[in-house]
Each structure stands twice: as C-alpha cells, then as structure tokens.
Design a protein around this ligand. Structure first.
Ligand code: NI
Ligand code: MN
Length: 226
C-alpha cells in the first residue's frame, strides 16, 4: 500500500508498505502545517534542495527519529556538520535501491543555497519507484521540457508546485502535467504566503478538462491512498 499525506507547502509523507518517507519536512514556520514537527516521525527524510522551507525541521526530526536523510552531496555534508550521521548522498540523475524503493534525483530549475547561505549544490526533484507505485515530487522548479523524459518512466502520482513567483505557476504547471502524464496529480507550494496564493480548485478543473490526468486536491493533513 502507498499513501501520501500533505502537510502543506512541499511537505509530504509517503508511506510505502509501512515505511515512512518524509519529503521536505517544513513544519516550524509553515503556516499551513496542521501538526508540529515533534508530532511526526519518519524512517527516511528526503530533502530536495537547501532552501529553509525545504530543509525545514530535518535536523531535529532526523535526530529524534533516527531517520536516514537522502539528499544531494552538498546538503548531506551540511547535515553532517550539523550533527547527523545517518545520511545517504546521491546526485542528479543517480538512483539507489533503498529498502522501500528506488529513489532517483531528477533535475529542477531553481536555486539551492542552505539556510546559512552556504552552497547547497543543484536543486532536485525526486522520483520514487516502488512495487506499490511511482511518485514524482518535483521540488521547487520552473517548467522544463525534459519533464517529458521523467514522464516516460510512468508516474502514478506527480506532486507539482503551482504557486508561481518562486516556481511554476498554474499555467506552466498545467503544461508540466501534459509532459509528465501522471495518473494522478496533486498541487503543492501554494497558499503558504500571499505571493504564492492560488485558486487550486480552478487549477484542478483545468487539469480535469485539458489533460488525461486526475487531479487530487488535498487539505493540509489529508491523505491520499494510491
Ligand atoms: Ni526553494
Ligand atoms: Mn520553496
């Protein structure tokens, strides 16, 4: 069984056959987060890039839960200097068979400085392939044509930013859906702050009308079972 829980912004819990994989754990300072970081635990944490709204509570959560953090080489080095030891470095284009599934870091068109300003390497998207389904978390990104190639891998659920300003907005995210061709698509990275306020229901209606993909609109704290 594969379930996805949205905690607002780009924060998702992916549960695959009982293994909890938390992506971009941003709870403290996230106005949409329905729970505190201290109420959540995970076996693995995946960080897409170095920005504070994605690294979020990674250090505290990983330390408390004993989670292994998967991220690019530069972010892993930064986390090691912040006291974490269970770390797995990968990089763009590289995949690895973790116990819960195959995780590949994909390109994202964005920045990746760490919260203290240090270089965080290239920003990434994440493709998780498992026997229970394939999930693509786009990270923070603008539209890029090779989403077509990522789509060729056969995506069950795509998690896409629609907020505009820092990432793709609704128009480009709709074009992304057409390139990625997922069975289901969930919008994210919107409504957290005024500059990224969006009408997600209107976007979902356009996905429904103009693509073959099924939009899934979650409220923060809601879960979707594949
Ligand atoms: Ni960012
Ligand atoms: Mn962001």
């Amino acid at each position: 069984m594969l379930t996805l829980t949205w905690y607002g912004h780009a924060t998702w819990m992916v549960e695959i056959e009982g293994t909890k994989v938390l992506i971009d754990p941003f709870f403290s300072g996230n106005p949409l987060a329905p729970v505190e970081a201290s109420e959540v635990c995970a076996d693995y944490i995946i960080v897409t890039h170095g920005h504070g709204d994605h690294v979020g509570d990674t250090v505290a959560l990983a330390r408390r839960c004993g989670a292994t953090v998967i991220a690019n080489f530069e972010i892993v080095n930064w986390l090691r200097q912040h006291g974490l030891e269970r770390l797995h470095a990968q990089h763009i284009g590289g995949g690895f068979h973790h116990p819960f599934g195959y995780v590949k870091l994909t390109i994202a068109v964005h920045g990746s400085s760490m919260p203290d300003g240090r270089y965080g390497g290239m920003p990434a998207g994440v493709l998780i392939r498992s026997g229970q389904g394939t999930v693509y978390h786009a990270g923070d990104t603008g539209l890029f044509a090779s989403m077509q190639l990522i789509g060729d891998e056969g995506i069950d659920v795509a998690l896409l930013p629609i907020g505009d300003n820092y990432t793709m907005g609704p128009d480009d995210a709709l074009r992304a859906v057409k390139l990625l061709r997922p069975r289901f698509v969930c919008p994210m990275h919107y409504d957290t702050w005024p500059p990224i306020a969006q009408d997600a229901a209107a976007w979902a209606a356009r996905v429904e009308a103009e693509t073959e993909s099924q939009p899934v609109l979650l409220q923060p704290g809601e879960r979707f079972r594949l």
